[in-house]
Design a protein around this ligand. Structure first.
Ligand SMILES: Nc1nc2c(c(=O)[nH]1)N[C@H]1C(S)=C(S)[C@@H](COP(=O)(O)O)O[C@H]1N2
Ligand SMILES: [Mo]
Length: 351
């Protein structure tokens, strides 16, 4: 059997590669917001596009194999080779993760490596396309056949994705158990003994409980200030902290409901967003209704939060990925519009 018979036409392969990378980038970035089971399809789509790319990349590399012979290697081709190596490495690290692999790269791990390699593919691909671009004329000529092949490929990708769980079970791959987000469990129900993750460089000195105040400000009728002893801590909630770097941890969090804080301050009719601000400048907003359902926690599984986990107060935002769970909160600011600067702040607040 000659498997090349089943390959789409060369131009269709090129467009398929482009489409796969576009889907992988979009869904990869979108996993930042997959906090509830209803968004699991984003991760599924990411995996299926990955399988499609695993099938297409060898077809492409086989076709161009002679162009990268050492005596024909130009600077541009070297660059395209770099793209191929990076794409293959991004795929390999993704597959390795699925099968339970891990890597110790100091503060980073296998998942970070996958994200880094993956994010490098689109810029390399765009640069490659700048000088390798062909018109898609032959796609239309073989359009139907190619469409059928692609339908088959995507279906096969979905099947492979469905079956890999069974393969993992059969192989008994330790550590391959994942949540639908792709994250693996670490230190659930064990109080403060779960990973401390600060995005980029946030690493403040421990907060002095005596000096610390929580203020509720912005679009409210009466601003409020609380000392740590004043913060009512009678509300508990089970919620999963799921970091975008690939781990999750489920706990019982205790503290004050944000809804109660907002009611005490009497929110304006014009208010739409609630921003949670850390002593470090790190900050994130939730839509008013979502914020009402969130918790500002002082305790985890009955223990006082440790400094690393945000003592004295951290946001618990059920159904949202970990980067939104602001630590060391000192201000709850009610606003009409969302502050766009917070997108920058989550990356640079620690610098
Ligand atoms: N102020 C502040 N809050 C933060 C972060 C940070 O860097 N600074 N990191 C976020 C990220 S990316 C995650 S996953 C969680 C991690 O919480 P943990 O360190 O308690 O596990 O906190 C979030 N809250
Ligand atoms: Mo995170």
């Amino acid at each position: 059997m000659d498997v090349r018979r089943y390959a789409p036409s060369p131009r269709a392969v090129d467009w398929g590669l482009f489409a796969s990378v576009a889907v992988l980038l979009t869904t990869g970035v979108a996993t930042m917001f997959t906090g509830t089971p209803s968004t699991a399809w984003v991760v599924d789509l990411h995996a299926i596009a990955g399988v499609v790319l695993v099938c297409l990349l060898p077809v492409k590399l086989w076709r161009v194999r002679r162009r990268v012979a050492p005596d024909r290697l130009t600077g541009r081709r070297l660059f395209s080779l770099l793209l191929a190596v990076d794409a293959a490495a991004a795929l390999a690290t993704g597959v390795w993760w699925i099968f339970g692999g891990s890597l110790d790269l100091g503060p980073w791990g296998l998942f970070h490596l996958h994200v880094g390699l993956g994010l490098l593919v689109p810029p390399l691909l765009l640069a490659h396309l700048r000088y390798r671009f062909h018109s898609p004329s032959s796609v239309t000529r073989r359009g139907r056949r190619d469409a059928i092949r692609y339908a088959g490929l995507v279906t096969a990708g979905a099947l492979v994705w469905r079956l890999q769980g069974q393969v993992n079970d059969a192989l008994d791959t330790a550590g391959a158990d994942r949540r639908y987000t792709g994250s693996r469990e670490e230190g659930s129900d064990a109080g403060n003994r779960f990973p401390v993750t600060s995005w980029v460089a946030d690493d403040p000195d421990p907060v002095d409980a005596g000096d610390w105040r929580l203020t509720v400000t912005g679009r409210v009728e009466s601003e409020r200030t609380y000392t740590l002893d004043d913060v009512p801590t009678g509300t508990s909630e089970d919620a999963v902290l799921d970091c975008t770097s690939g781990w999750y941890s489920g706990h019982e969090w205790r503290g004050v409901g944000v809804g109660a804080l907002l009611d005490a301050a009497d929110v304006d009719d014009a208010a739409r967003w609630v921003q949670f601000r850390s002593v470090t400048g790190y900050r994130w907003s939730l839509p008013l209704e979502a914020a009402r359902g969130a918790l500002l926690a002082t305790h985890v599984d009955g223990e006082r939060l440790s400094h690393g986990h945000g003592f004295p107060l951290r946001l618990v935002a059920p159904g949202r990925r970990g980067f939104q769970w602001v630590k060391w909160v000192e201000e709850v600011r009610v606003t009409r519009r969302r502050e766009l600067g917070e997108w920058l702040a989550i990356f640079v607040s620690g610098l």
